[in-house]
Design a protein around this ligand. Sequence first.
Ligand code: WTA
Length: 647
Amino acid sequence: MSELSALLQEDRRFDPSAEFVKHAHVSDPGVYAAAAADPEGFWANFARELEWMQPWSKVLDWQPPHAQWFVGGKLNVAVNCLDRHVRTWRRNKAAFIWEGEPGDRRTLTYFDLHRQVCQFANVLKGLGVTKGDRVALYLPLIPELAIAMLACARIGAVHSVVFGGFSAESLRDRINDAQARVLVTADGGYRRGSIIPLKQMADEALKETPSIEHVVIVKRGHGDIPVHVTEGRDRWYHRLMDDASADCPPEEMDAEDMLYILYTSGTTGKPKGIVHTTAGYLLGVYATTKWVFDLKDDDVYWCTADIGWVTGHSYVVYGPLANGATVVMYEGAPDWPRKDRFWEIIERYGVTIFYTAPTAIRAFMRWGTDWPAGRNLSSLRLLGSVGEPINPEAWIWYHQHIGHERCPVVDTWWQTETGSILISPLPGVTSTKPGSATQPFPGISVKVLTQRGEDVPVGGGLLALTRPWPSMLRGIYGDPERYVQQYWSRWSNGIYFTGDGAKIDEDGYYWLLGRVDDVLNVAGHRIGTMEVESALVDHPNVAEAAVVGRVHQIKGHALCAFVTVKEGVGHSESLADELKGHVAHKIGAIARPDDIIFAADLPKTRSGKIMRRLLRDIADGKTLGDTTTLADPSVVARLKAQYEDET
Ligand code: WTA
């Protein structure tokens, strides 16, 4: 328990200011007890703030592990995000303020967005897309990505967004798993001054995607991105939009109709298509955006995530638009052309709420305080963090140098599977401790359990969710067994296993410790070790591979691959580079290993299981200095060891 008490020595506390409390949506701590006493009533009350075409007859039907929320209710997500704002004074309020990396800018009002969504919905219909069909979206961070998502939602099509940083092969596999009929892509996008040729990569994928009937190409570039158009299959977005009517009645969707699929990495070599449905998901993101970010009509809200990840789905598109917010969107890198690009954007648009990832904060720390100090950040009133544990040093730096000690910091824990934030401070209520995500959101039931399922009232263990919640995943696309086995089989079939280690302190605060399974968090991106291993052994020179995470000062974890080569192949620097390139080509640049370590043999147990724990120790040992800055790697190591020993 010694490492445990070491982490719990963080005793700095930050209370919300009287000024913040005075104006906050929630300032009464009583919301927690009220929601705990009647969670379904709590969610039902919130759900009344949405617009329904037909009311529900039952809030929750729970047949563990299958939940239905708002049974019988009918609604449309696009109507909730657009139509109901367009009918009010928000009609000409900015919905998106977008900035491209090269410096181009666009503002779309709710009225603009509504019109373009309706037009694109008609375009999709014209291509034969009907309710329930899957549409793949492979786009840069441009408004057309949100437009395409909302257009799908309007006609009841299911979108599957594939992050623009994924490779052609990753795109192909996702399209095939979802059996998408249409792909919407772009000529390309801009990143650190260079062009990402999305259409070219899509063409590669499209050689082996028989389900795709049509491809729509958005022209993002300024004529500088070459595109090959395949007659009969490919069409330009702007041409189709020119001819499309702006009148598109919304489809009446059942509360449990599918809204989207989003692929995420798990513990096998194959990514999982996480399924989210209509009402519960919308409610989860609506409620948490409103309460966690204390979102008001005069806020300028910026979440820096790419829409290709769940954070972008929930907190760039659906959550803020359901609240009628003004959302800033930025296409590119934080250090382009200079290291103050983010602060420049905050100054330019008067951003009030800023939501980013610890990996970015740690990079800002390294770049130094002169960059933020050179810009006017006085518009900010709330800061958020997501994606990985935030170490107390980064939390304090963020609070001081970006928030000027004036802004509450909300560290928000959640997952692709949870759909919306589940553990986070409420900024007008919670006294925060740097490094702790603090408390479950009202209505959410969380526990720390031992491997055997015993309650850990104070101390470390595995994070479990003990009741269903509205925005929970409803399944893994096409793989119902994996859903049950992956999430609901560790303890009893009504308890969800998160894959995360966590500790609970004497005040009941939660401290997230990172994954205990074979999923890594590299620079805030979720990567499966098995996926990287499969990509490595796919190379003709590789015999065996084991991938582990080593602690990295900025990225949280770096990917460290131990590789044995086939007979007669030599170990060389150039082979190491080739293997890194091979993985980047197979999966995407985010999965490129940081280190390739050639080994004569991989350490194995008698039953033939690779001893990852040993490899992790070796990987971490190489950079001992790094381990001190993170949230306490020894606890994670202990949990992981325990987890592995017992599985
Ligand atoms: C990690 C991203 C600690 C965690 C929203 C989780 C966090 C995984 C936090 C999900 C946080 C996310 N503190 N860890 N505030 N937020 N994580 O699906 O390990 O890309 O299981 O969703 O990120 O990653 P995903």
